[in-house]
Write a protein that binds this ligand. Sequence first.
Ligand SMILES: *[C@@H]1O[C@H](CO)[C@@H](O)[C@H](O)[C@H]1NC(C)=O
Ligand SMILES: *[C@@H]1O[C@H](CO)[C@@H](O)[C@H](O)[C@H]1NC(C)=O
Length: 454
Amino acid sequence: MAGPPLSRSRSLPRRLLLFCFLVSCIALATRTADASRRDLIGISIGGGGGISIGIGGGGGSSPSHQQPPSPPSSSEPQACDFENERIYRAYLVIQRFKNTITSDPQGITRSWTGTDVCGSYKGFFCESPPNVKDRALASVDFNGYMLRSASVVGFVDALPDLALFHANSNDFGGLVPNLRALQYFYELDFSNNKLAPCTFPTDVLGLTNATFIDIRFNRFYADLPYGLFCSFPIVEAIFVNNNQFSGSLPANLGDSPVNYLSLANNRFTGPIPSSIARAAGTLLEVLFLNNRLSGCLPYELGLLAKATVIDAGTNQLTGTIPASYACLRKVEQLNLADNLLYGVVPDALCRLAYDGGHLANLTLSGNYFTGLGACCWDLLKNGKLNVDRNCIPYAPNQRSHQECAGFFHRTKMTCPVSTHVPCYHKSYGVDAGAEEAKAAAEEYKYRTYSALKP
Ligand SMILES: *[C@@H]1O[C@H](CO)[C@@H](O)[C@H](O)[C@H]1NC(C)=O
Ligand SMILES: *[C@@H]1O[C@H](CO)[C@@H](O)[C@H](O)[C@H]1NC(C)=O
């Protein structure tokens, strides 16, 4: 996936010459600015592909004048050997971090020597921060490097100009560093590491300008904080899947402007918050998959007019499919498999595969549905609907009569039956078949589903 364009770099300022002259530098002539690496950061999934915001935004004062770590011995490069002082300070931080790395199977850190931090250090990328002429260390992308270190505290948080930190598939332990002081920071990816088992790292909530928060595939536990859904006014993706989070989902979930939300493969309990209706204008993909969510399948999910993926499979949700789901005009993948749902699958929902809707995959297997709307039978025939292991007469691969009777005997059907369709229906008849087939074939184009792989 293409990385975020960090395209506002400028050529090396002339005043660098003056800087080096003033500090009596003799080695200047051997170095030139490396302008070739400024362009792109190749970020795989996990990386916030497609996120198109430049560094930080406005602000523009110089970074906090914190003390650099103690300078290395005189045989080491000196400050004036570097492109500018920001890069020199970053160099010191990198060298200190390098000493903490205990495993580097790809030999990445071998490139972390010398003064050309921006040009030859693998995983480091330079850009000019907004309203600053000098280049600075703007992003760190260690995706897939498999580096091991007991902690990145004292490293990431000591790079004041950093806008992105991507560390998918490394072996970093310890805590998530507090990055509140990093004024340009907007993308955090700690996915698939060995961070210490901990509750949600609340310092992250201070990253007001974050667009990408990814801590999937770690060992975080306990409740998600309420702040996760109200602290980030421009967030695009939140991936917390494959941890051990538990408790109810925060009631304010729908207040987040997030486009891609993955809560899959945790231990959440309780209902899907009805506030999700408030995300109708922004939510594009949402995964509740494989938790312990219960309660009635909410009417409000049907209001997600822009959503292409809604996956609440493998939970303990019950009730019937509300008529509002016929309003999911953009939905391509709808998975409600392996829950405790019952009733008749609404004809109007299945029509979303035909009538100018985009439904390509409706998975309802492993429930207790007892009937299909007329159009659903066609969908079943062409393989876009899966109703295996239900209680539907004449459908293939159904549960036994005994199993179905047992469920209906045990279950108090107290969920409201909602028949109100809260959207205007265009006339039927447009066949969007080709488009849907393409969508189904490319399931993993979906960003949230891609996030389910480490
Ligand atoms: C967020 O960005 C604004 C505008 O660029 C800036 O003034 C502010 O300091 C940033 N916030 C943080 C927490 O860095
Ligand atoms: C349909 O969705 C189910 C549930 O998410 C998934 O297991 C299956 O692979 C999907 N099928 C296609 C063809 O996309």
